[in-house]
Ligand binder design. Structure first.
Ligand code: SAH
Length: 240
């Protein structure tokens, strides 16, 4: 998968994309993340990429020319996705959708944002990482790269781990434990050490349901509420 990222801070993206899973996936050739700096498309001595807004007001706006030139001259991959607060919210479903593509491009805004003509005539899609305002799209691009990149076959070591984690079945994930079995007097739940795989699976489902009911009841509603089977498994572990 090829991801092109347009940013006036390419170093930030490159540093992030060189570590851990994403870094290894780039080394093995599964992912190719290429940055593009709009300043390279400018010809003035200050390499100006922004200007003050028509109509007045605070802040600066990213100019259209360097961005259009970049996308057109380098034939960047489509869809071209702008990262911005007015985009559709990034969810696991959106990450899954992007992971199916052979590639895409991300445009990071800065300052007050981008000239509207870029949005109207150049970008294909807009994604927001949440209902808050960042100072730039770079962190949002990193979030998209990580959420999508780890779904690309060959990036995660153990593909099974994608299947039962948070959001994949509309629930938050159950708790995990590792050695030691007792730490500072806090013991790992007995069921996890019982070797009874059926009971472990039911305990995990019950924990997922309980956790989701407590912190994200909206996700339970989206699934149509608790089923009879959900209630039974919650009761089995005294979590109802
Ligand atoms: N004036 C804009 C915010 C600009 S913030 C507004 O009110 O909508 C500067 C840049 O940060 C934006 O161009 C965008 O690329 C990025 N950004 C800010 N918040 C974001 C969010 N929630 N999701 C994705 N990108 C965001």
């Amino acid at each position: 998968m090829r991801i092109d990222v347009i940013s006036i801070f390419p170093d930030a993206i490159e540093a992030f994309a060189s570590i851990s899973l994403i870094g290894k996936a780039q080394e093995s050739g599964v992912l190719d993340i290429t940055t593009h700096d709009p300043r390279e498309m400018t010809s003035d001595v200050h390499r100006t990429v922004d200007d003050s807004p028509f109509g007045g007001g605070a802040g600066m706006v990213l100019k259209p020319e360097p961005i259009f030139d970049l996308v057109e001259q380098r034939s960047l991959g489509r869809p071209l996705i702008y990262l911005g607060p007015s985009g559709r919210p990034l969810t696991q479903a959106v990450a899954n959708e992007l992971a199916e593509l052979g590639g895409f491009s991300l445009l990071c805004g800065r300052f007050e944002g981008i000239d509207e003509r870029i949005r109207e005539h150049l970008i294909d899609d807009e994604i927001s990482i949440g209902d808050y305002v960042l100072a730039g799209g770079e962190v949002a691009a990193a979030v998209v790269i990580e959420a999508v990149g780890r779904l690309v076959p060959g990036v995660l070591g153990n593909r099974d781990s994608v299947g039962d984690e948070s959001f994949s079945n509309g629930l938050l994930e159950y708790p995990h434990y590792t050695r030691p079995a007792a730490y500072r007097g806090w013991a790992v739940p007995e069921v996890l050490r019982s070797g009874d795989h059926g009971r472990v699976a039911r305990w995990r489902l019950a924990q997922s349901l309980r956790r989701t009911l407590d912190v994200r009841p909206d996700l339970i509603e989206d699934r149509g509420g608790l089923s009879e089977a959900d209630r039974t498994v919650l009761a089995e572990f005294g979590l109802d």
